[in-house]
Design a binder for this molecule. Sequence first.
Ligand SMILES: [Fe+2]
Ligand SMILES: [Fe+2]
Length: 346
Amino acid sequence: MRDINRRDFMKTVVIGGAALGLGSAVFNKPLEALAGGKYDIGECKSVNVTAVSELGWYDDKLILKQLKAHGLRNSQWTGAWDPRNAAGSCSLIDVELLDGSHHKFLLDTGWHKWYMDQAFKREGVDKMLKNGEIEFLMITHEHLDHFFALETTLKYNPEIKMIIPSTFYPEGMHFLNGATFNKCHAENRIAHQGELVKLKLGTINKLYPGVAAVNFDCRPIVRIRGEESIFVNVKDKGMVLITGCCHQNTITFANFAKDKIKGGDNMYGIYGGLHIAPFGPINKDREFIIKEMGKYNFKKIACNHCTGLAAVERMVELGYPLVKGTARYGSRSKLFVGNGDQVFFG
Ligand SMILES: [Fe+2]
Ligand SMILES: [Fe+2]
């Protein structure tokens, strides 16, 4: 197929909207550095994030007790997690490019299948998956609260393109292909049938003009490796950081933008779980991270999920520009962006 024809073909497929698994996301090879050592990911017009669900689980004390009993270094796939305590983390990202076109993708798919299905129906994600409007599902990392409800996405679109860290463990790959792990109550009866893209550690992968993903090397609890996070360069506004749990920590995340991405020294916002004191009080290390965050001059901080309430309250005390929520559908406070809430960067 000659180039021009191929382009036209892709355009038709995209406009038709029925291109399950094809979508219009551009997956370039990892970007090459500019002469100055930075990477140019381009610019987009805006990004809107819907917290489809940010509540990982209902009861902190129960999961903490189970984590300690299981052993923090042991695999999540052998833990006897209580399914009655399961909820899940999932965000819907809507990027507007400079040409006015919109592109949607999902960041994670949550934990409990029924719970996530209710959240999908409430936010219209079920229909968007069915009609091919959602171009891909990115699993930020393998943790149960982000990944175990994979079947809920696949039942609406088994051919959806998926992007995962190349550092997935064999159990995660097995699950993706359709498997049940009885002990940890993880069941996926639908094999993924679409394109699978694996992001190598540390490389900058352009998803759309102005949008890139990086798989950060980190080893959070219950034997996980790597977390993918997103950089969005919004024209005339600055850099937006989007993350699932931010196990790499917010400072590493922000510094990566500042040091390696063109425009990353002008920070605009951050969205997602910031993994600061998820279960409890703020110790010295966490206080340090919260204080350091102040140096980046974020205009909007939209945190939730594993950002503990004590950490959120500390940010309020420090006068940080927190985006507030509505505390609906199980979210615990109006101080942060909760289930069904949206935040617009543009
Ligand atoms: Fe999480
Ligand atoms: Fe996590």
